[in-house]
Design a protein around this ligand. Structure first.
Ligand code: NAI
Ligand code: MG
Length: 501
């Protein structure tokens, strides 16, 4: 593993040309009712390459009027179009076709993710792979959505129908600009709903390319509508639109609360996947090597911009110094730089805003008395939103850096004494998205799995996410569970039919 190298900023000309052509080839308009259209206002906004700060593309800025058009198209497709009425096998085929097209364009999609989001190209390829898996998984579900036959009195016959909800508004963030589409659109479509998707303003390009592929896959018009634009305008319009039956949101807890309020007006179904400050607990008996590498991946992958990032690393006192030393060595081996360089293992943060935010937390941490073991500052690159992978020691669980979501490559190491202390400190947070436990003691692992108030607990691993397994938050990390059968429940409603015989 090499030193923390300055980025080979100068992108080879060939690559620069290829990437700008790629950005140019993507549609820059809104997808409404199967057609691409400019925003009614004529407004556009720029999306920036976070590694170079160069403008990648100018994209339509959808507003409330465009949202209304898209909701109308989705409503028409739901009430009168073929999608909810077709044989479920046909929906399966269509979702499989989407997966097939994603696969056929995997390299291009990965490049678009890296361009718009900044994550290293190998991680972007991983994201494309996971996106495909989620579509294949929900393609299978379309033919497996059952009702019940209930033990009614002999003179009655009672059964249930599990029906789609209707028009689903889906607002997604920039940290998984393609995978979040699969989490939202995959199950919604499998169940026979229609959708209006609002991608994050930082990363519209993968979503727009996705829209084009969905049309190519034969998704009927109006079933998938895409409105690029900003949160307080397009996003808020979608969240409060009376024609939307369900709103699904992934993003900050702050905005999640606004969405919940907006949905109250007409009692929309709501699912929220929000922030986290997940405890990752390392006991002295854990395998040191794998706990160090797993914990490093748990906080440094995707530059730490992961809702379930293991950002509070609790280390048992007796191994605290050694663990800190080893984690710092691992951080030192991370190559921060051009995300298209195959040797790069960490790219820039997504935006100037996130860059400032994370650097602000680093300053706050130092002021509160945390010590920088490694990193703790912006990257050496002259351009781009780079932050060095950072390990902070002497962190107390009451410090701001241990209470608020930083969403950057910043590991805060907090000491603990025993199981009870680990659970107490681990749970002392408003969040409850995920937790990690590293130990060789089987019963301790199970006891902590129960004690930790989190939607996912990883034992001797961290950050594994699979469409078979539900994902979501306790406490202020959200409402509802996505993935697995749980997303089918999120995108359907139950009707009870009673027949007098
Ligand atoms: P955000 O929550 O503002 O943005 C996420 C999505 O919501 C974007 O599509 C945005 O356009 C939309 N949005 C924003 N305001 C809205 C509103 N009033 N109504 C409807 N939609 C709205 O998150 P942001 O500002 O990008 O990041 C701020 C912090 O949020 C991060 O530092 C991180 O702590 C957290 N976050 C958590 C994510 C997660 O995966 N749970 C993802 C992104 C951010
Ligand atoms: Mg915001």
């Amino acid at each position: 593993m090499g030193e923390l190298l300055p980025s080979e900023q100068a992108m080879p000309d060939e690559q620069r040309k290829r990437t700008s052509e790629l950005a140019r080839s993507v549609p820059k308009q809104l997808l409404i009712g199967g057609r691409w259209a400019a925003a009614k206002s004529g407004k556009t906004f720029e999306t920036v390459n976070p590694a170079t700060e160069e403008v990648l593309a100018t994209v339509a800025e959808g507003g409330a009027d465009d949202v209304t058009e898209a909701v109308r198209a989705a409503r028409e497709a739901f009430e009168n179009g073929p999608w909810p009425r077709m044989r479920p096998h046909q929906r399966t085929r269509c979702l499989l076709k989407i997966a097939e097209l994603l696969e056929a364009h995997a390299d291009e999609l990965a490049a678009l993710i890296t361009l718009d989001n900044g994550k290293p190209i190998a991680e972007a390829r991983g994201e494309v792979g996971r996106t495909i898996e989620v579509f294949i998984y929900y393609a299978g579900w379309a033919t497996k959505i059952y009702g019940e036959t209930n033990p009614s009195e002999p003179a009655l016959f009672n059964y249930t129908l599990r029906e789609p909800l209707g028009v689903c508004g889906q607002i997604i963030p920039w940290n998984g600009p393609l995978s979040m589409i699969a989490w939202k659109i995959g199950p919604a479509l499998a169940c026979g709903n229609t959708v209006v998707l609002k991608p994050a303003e930082q990363t519209p390009l993968p979503a727009l390319r996705f829209g084009q592929l969905a049309v190519e896959a034969g998704v009927p018009e109006g079933v998938v509508n895409i409105i690029t634009g900003f949160g307080p305008t397009a996003g808020a319009a979608l969240a409060r639109h009376p024609g939307v039956d369900k709103i699904a949101f992934t993003g900050s807890t702050e905005v999640g609360k606004e969405i919940l309020q907006a949905s109250a007006h007409d009692l929309k179904r709501v699912s929220l996947e929000l922030g986290g400050k997940s405890p990752n607990i390392i006991f002295a008996d854990a395998d040191l090597k794998s706990s160090v590498s797993g914990s490093a991946a748990g906080i440094f992958r995707n530059q730490g911009q992961v809702c379930s990032a293991g950002s509070r690393i609790f280390v048992q006192r007796e191994i605290y110094d050694e663990f800190a030393q080893r984690l710092a060595e691992t951080a030192k081996g991370i190559r921060l730089g051009d995300p298209f360089d195959p040797h790069t293992t960490m790219g820039p943060l997504v935006s100037a805003e996130q860059h400032e935010r994370v650097l602000g937390y680093l300053e706050a941490g130092k002021r509160e008395g945390a010590k920088v073991k490694i990193g703790g500052e912006r990257g050496p690159q002259p351009q781009g939103y780079f932050v060095k992978p950072t390990v902070l020691v002497d962190v107390g669980n009451a410090m701001r850096i241990a209470r608020e979501e930083i969403f950057g490559p910043v590991a805060s190491l907090i000491p603990f004494t025993d199981e009870a202390d680990a659970a107490l400190q681990g749970n002392d947070t408003i969040y409850g998205l995920a937790a990690g436990v590293w130990t060789r003691d089987l019963s301790r692992a199970h006891k902590l799995a129960r004690a930790l108030k989190a939607g996912t607990v990883w034992i001797n691993c961290y950050g594994m996410i699979d469409p078979i397994s539900p994902f979501g938050g306790y406490k202020q990390s959200g409402i509802g569970r996505e993935l697995g059968q749980h997303s089918i429940e999120l995108y359907t409603q139950v009707k009870s039919v009673l027949i007098r015989l």
